[in-house]
Design a protein around this ligand. Structure first.
Ligand code: NAD
Ligand code: UDP
Length: 331
């Protein structure tokens, strides 16, 4: 990757995408960001649009992608990522992963760029192997409601490998595990936005099912480090990128309530979403060996800066809590 290069980031106005665009720009790489603003926001990139070397085009990856000039890297992040978001737009999610990935691959092919796919730990489904290694083929329900996301990403991985094998495209697949941090949409329905805004508002924390299911969270700055390390390498992957500190949902409720400075949380149990994975933690051996990457941010520190950011969004959060909360199931 040349330091004078130019990168295309699809989904660049989203949570992870905006942090990635910011980091690329900071390293002297020009950025073309394409986003349809379905779950991303212009506020996420407002500071970037004033900077030299950054351009934003509102567009949908369902259409062929165009930029005003060549790029060295194509990061394909455009896809709804929160279960609440993808379950309300199932067909769009399938198209972003399928035809959207094909358009991003075609763009990389046209410019001779390295292509980096933002895949997901969801390709492992409800894993029978723990922690999850890249060699594990997964346990996905192909017709369950989550399949619109899981199978779209599995197809995207297959398509990426087919372009690599049959067209000689320089590709990489990152399997991203649960990532959190500032700029998550406060109403995206994922665990961190829900728990943090509930804790800050002194509301009960909505735990789905028993709360004994686990996740392993990765702070967004670390994740972006990993994506850049992968982009700069010649590694094809797939490579897991994620955190190290596995927690149950109930443990996260307690830790987030503490980070928000409040009392031990009042828990309100809700129905467990269909096919909700029971445990998830990446085996990061490959990322360490091939990329020299490990996440650095302790969960306590990441939660502290995330809570501080959400605290500054209080007016937005207050308006959302007055309306319909972004919980999965209100019954
Ligand atoms: P996000 O919803 O904040 O960002 C997704 C972005 O893609 C948004 O800006 C949205 O407007 C845009 N987008 C969606 N469909 C599009 C389309 N058809 N055309 C153009 N733009 C479109 O989510 P995120 O958490 O930042 O996730 C970014 C990527 O990382 C996704 O591909 C997701 O699958 C992957 N990922 C994220 C996580 C995580 O924990 N955050 C975990 C695994 C994988
Ligand atoms: N979850 C929860 N309460 C919420 C939101 C999520 O208990 O308000 C649980 C969810 O059931 C899952 C975990 O938290 O077990 C992580 O959910 P999230 O939607 O953040 O991402 P997922 O890992 O399921 O894609």
């Amino acid at each position: 990757m040349r330091s004078t290069g130019r990168a295309l980031v699809t989904g660049g106005a989203g949570f992870i995408g905006s942090h990635l665009c910011e980091r690329l720009l900071g390293e002297g790489i020009q950025v073309v960001c394409i986003d349809n603003l379905s779950t991303g926001r212009l506020e996420n990139i407002a500071e970037l649009t004033a900077r030299r070397g950054f351009s934003f085009a509102e567009g949908d990856v369902e259409q062929p992608l165009g930029t005003s000039g060549p790029v060295d890297m194509v990061f394909h992040l455009a896809s709804r990522a929160s279960p609440v978001d993808y379950l309300t737009a199932p067909l769009e999610t399938l198209r972003a992963g399928s035809v959207g990935t094909e358009h991003a691959l075609e763009a990389a092919q046209a410019w001779g760029a390295r292509f980096i796919l933002a895949s997901t730990s969801e390709v492992y489904g409800d894993p029978a192997e723990h922690p999850q290694r890249e060699s594990y083929w997964g346990n996905v329900n192909p017709v369950g409601e989550r399949s619109v996301y899981d199978e779209a990403k599995r197809y995207a991985e297959a398509l990426t490998m087919a372009y690599r094998r049959s067209r000689g495209l320089n590709t990489a697949i990152a399997r991203i595990f649960n990532t959190y941090g500032p700029r998550m949409r406060t109403d995206d329905g994922r665990i961190i936005p829900n728990f943090v805004k509930q804790a800050l508002a002194g509301e009960p924390l909505t735990v789905y099912g028993s709360g004994l299911q686990t996740r392993t969270l990765c702070y967004v700055d670390d994740l972006v480090d990993g994506l850049l390390a992968l982009a700069r390498s010649s590694v094809a992957g797939p490579v897991n990128l994620g955190g190290t500190e596995e927690r149950t949902v109930l443990q996260l409720a307690t830790e987030i309530a503490r980070a928000a400075g409040g009392e031990p949380p009042v828990i309100e149990h809700r129905r467990l979403p269909e096919d909700d994975p029971r445990r998830r933690r990446p085996d990061l051996t490959l990322a360490g060996e091939l990329l020299g990457w490990r996440p650095r941010t302790a969960l306590d520190d990441g939660l502290a800066s995330t809570v501080a950011w959400f605290d500054r969004q209080r007016p937005v959060v207050a308006a959302q809590l007055a309306g319909k909360p972004a919980v999965h199931d209100l019954s």
